[in-house]
Structures are given as C-alpha cells and as structure tokens.
Design a protein around this ligand. Structure first.
Ligand SMILES: *Cc1c(COP(=O)(O)O)cnc(C)c1O
Length: 398
C-alpha cells in the first residue's frame, strides 16, 4: 500500500522545535548482529554504544539455546503468566535467578521498563510516596507517576539529601535507586541507602540493569558489590537486555511481596509472557555469566575500562567517576555532542550523542560503553580517535 498521511499542525510544530534544538532523534539500521564491528549502509564502524557489556547478544551458546527452546516450547507465550502463558522455561529461569541471588522468589517481566512500572505502581499510592535519586532511569520515575504517588527526588547519590526527604514525609513509602546509573556509570551507595530505609521503615528497591552480570562476585551485581542480601535489599529489579544479551527483566523479592505483585502489578497481569524461547536463551546466558567464561569476560571488560581511563585522563575532557562499562564524556550542549559524534563517525567510531531530556540540560555527552566483545585493537582505535577529535577541539577553542 502506498502510505498516506495527514499531520496536525501541532505535531509539525513540535518536530520543528526539536530539530531547532538539536534534539531530534531517529533510528539507525544495523546490517549486522549486535557486535562491535558493525555496518550501517555499507560503511564499517566499530561501535561503542551498545549495552551488550559481556558480548553475549550474538553468542553461539545463546543462539543455540534459543533455537532449541523454540523447537521444544515454541516462540510465543500465548497468554499472560496468570492465564496459561507461564511455561516451564519461565519457571526454570525464575528459580535459577532466585537461587543465584538468594531471594525467595523471582517474577519475570517482558521488559525492564514494564518491571519498574509494575513494581512501583503496585507498591506506591497517594499515601505511600516514592523517594528517588535525581538521576534515576525514566521507567522508575514513570512508575511513580502511574501510581499517582507523591514523588520526591534527592540529590544524586546523596544519602543525607535522601534522609531529609524521608524525615519530611508523614507517610512511609519506597526508596528507589539505580544500582549503576545508566548515563553516568557510577554506583549508588546502596549499603548506606539500605540502612537509611531500614531506620525509617521504608521499602528499599534497586534497579540494577547495568550491574548484573558485570559487577560483583559471580556477576551478581551491585548487591554483591555492596555486601547486601535479600533482607537488606527486599526488591531487586534486573534486566536481560544489557549484560545478559537477551531481552526481558525480573524482580527478585520475598514470597509475600511476589504474591502481592502477582495480584496488583497491572503491567504483570495484563500482558503476554515473554517468549519461552527468550527465557531459554536467558537461562543459557545466566549459566554463562556464572561460568569461568563469564569471569574471563568480566576481567577482559575490566582491563578495557582501565586502559580507557588511563588514556582519556590525559585528554582535555571531563571523565566521570565511573569504574563500570559506562564511560561517558560530557560535552555540554547538544550541538557539540552531535558534532563530536559525527567526527568520531568519520574516523570509523560509532558512539551516539546522548542529549536532554535523557540527561540534564547542558550535560549532553558521548555515552561510550565498553564490552568484553571489544578487542584491544578496538580500544586503541577508540582512544586514538578521541585523542584526535578532542585535541583538535581543544586547540580550536584556545
Ligand atoms: C535499560 C534500563 C531499563 C529498561 O530496561 P528494558 O528491559 O530495556 O526495558 C530500566 N532501568 C534501567 C536503569 C535501564 O538502564
């Protein structure tokens, strides 16, 4: 069919405004799997912007597990978990995750965005407020909005600022933070936040989308890094779209909270279960993360991070306080971030400019992400290219 359209004026105006502010976004099509050496329209690039931190998204073991599970259980869940869409690959994955992390129960969701909407909207309401870090992921903010709960935000990683908000509130509620901050790469002070929540009788929840698989013993993420357990961290959300290399998400919690979410988390109740084949691939990914190969991949990633920081430290740029795979370089305004991204692209390095509203105004950045799938030569190319682009910019500015 030949496409036709009839666009209202206010939509045209909104798009025009985004363009003028250098904030227009669009998709780019890769002619390859999610691997560092990718192709866009016949041009070869080395990519430093995916969240596939361990290089598992295109791993042969995951591909085989997905196809084997599909052969046995099909590709569609067919219904929500509560009607008839909870198949044994889902159950096996839930139990394996619970066992790995030391929680009574795990519930699967189709996406991290939905897990956060589901958990927060079920646990918060007008009389159970949500207190969050200022830099928390959009899905955590939106969960509080969906709950129509009072939402207060404390200064980034500032436990005292969080405490002020808890003390001020007449009702107790949920204290929520990212484990690793998605646009900054730093880790939240989880042990202190957990104690704070316990002192004031608030529920503590962490979204560890970027820590699980990469950090801590056995890749157990921030939980392990900060020495917490299920008692001190009663609600842990993890996602599979990052280090796990698949798609979907989970919440790890107690029997009672899981039973409660099963009744009241609408984004759990009213949606089709994730593909059973995806659950099969994710279980294979978990086993890999727990294995020697997983450990070797974490170590290779750590070497890349150390090399990158040592090289970029010498450049005239602002490096964030991050020891994770997320190594952003803050550029400032959106136009400069787009220009830097284009200059890197001309050198064969692909790194998308991240602009407001994903990051605060004036804090546009190159969100460089490193992966165990990168080679040492890839890191050299990245650092040489950054050196070329940023040294030239610095000299021009003098
Ligand atoms: C990516 C991300 C999510 C969303 O997860 P999806 O599975 O991609 O929907 C949630 N929280 C954080 C911190 C994230 O970085």
């Amino acid at each position: 069919m030949k496409p036709v359209s009839n666009t209202p004026g206010w939509i045209v105006a909104a798009l025009q405004e985004r363009r003028q502010l250098d904030l227009m976004r669009h998709t780019v099509t890769l002619n390859s799997p999610q691997i560092p050496h990718t192709h866009i329209q016949q041009h070869a690039y080395t990519a430093f912007c995916s969240n596939d931190y361990l290089g598992l998204a295109n791993h042969p073991i995951l591909i085989k597990a997905m196809s084997d599970t599909a052969a046995q259980y099909g590709v569609g869940g067919g219904s929500s978990h509560l009607v008839c869409g909870h198949l044994s690959p889902h159950q096996v994955l839930e139990e394996a995750l619970a066992d790995w992390l030391g929680y009574e129960r795990v519930m699967l969701f189709s996406a991290g965005y939905m897990a956060n909407l589901g958990v927060i909207s079920a646990l918060a309401d007008r009389h159970r407020p949500v207190v969050q870090d200022k830099l928390n992921h959009a899905s955590l903010i939106d969960g509080a909005r969906l709950a129509q709960a009072p939402l207060r935000r404390y200064l980034h990683n500032d436990v005292q600022s969080a405490e002020k908000l808890l003390v001020k509130s007449s009702d107790t509620g949920l204290l929520v933070t990212d484990g690793v901050f998605s646009m900054d790469g730093d880790v939240a002070p989880l042990a202190d936040l957990s104690s704070l929540a316990a002192r004031h009788d608030w529920l503590f929840m962490v979204d560890d989308a970027h820590g699980l698989g990469c950090l801590g013993e056995d890749g157990r993420g921030c939980l392990s890094l900060e020495g917490l357990d299920a008692r001190r961290l009663p609600i842990l959300v993890g996602t599979f779209g990052k280090a796990f290399g698949t798609a979907g998400a989970f919440v790890a919690t107690s029997h009672d909270i899981a039973d409660y979410l099963t009744q009241f988390a609408r984004p759990y109740v009213y949606t089709t279960s994730m593909s059973p084949a995806m659950a099969g691939a994710t279980l294979a990914s978990l086993r890999l993360i727990q294995s020697n190969e997983g450990q070797e991949r974490r170590e290779r990633l750590a070497r890349h991070i150390a090399y990158f920081r040592q090289r970029v430290q010498a450049l005239p740029v602002e490096l964030m306080a991050s020891n994770t795979a997320i190594q952003p370089i803050v550029v400032g305004d959106s136009a400069s971030a787009l220009r830097m991204s284009a200059e890197l692209k001309a050198l064969g390095v692909w790194c998308t400019a991240i602009r407001p509203p994903t990051v605060p105004a004036g804090r546009a950045r190159l969100r460089i992400t490193l992966s165990a799938a990168h080679s040492e030569a890839d890191l050299v190319l990245l650092c040489d290219s950054l050196e070329q682009v940023f040294t030239a910019t610095f000299l021009n500015a003098q």
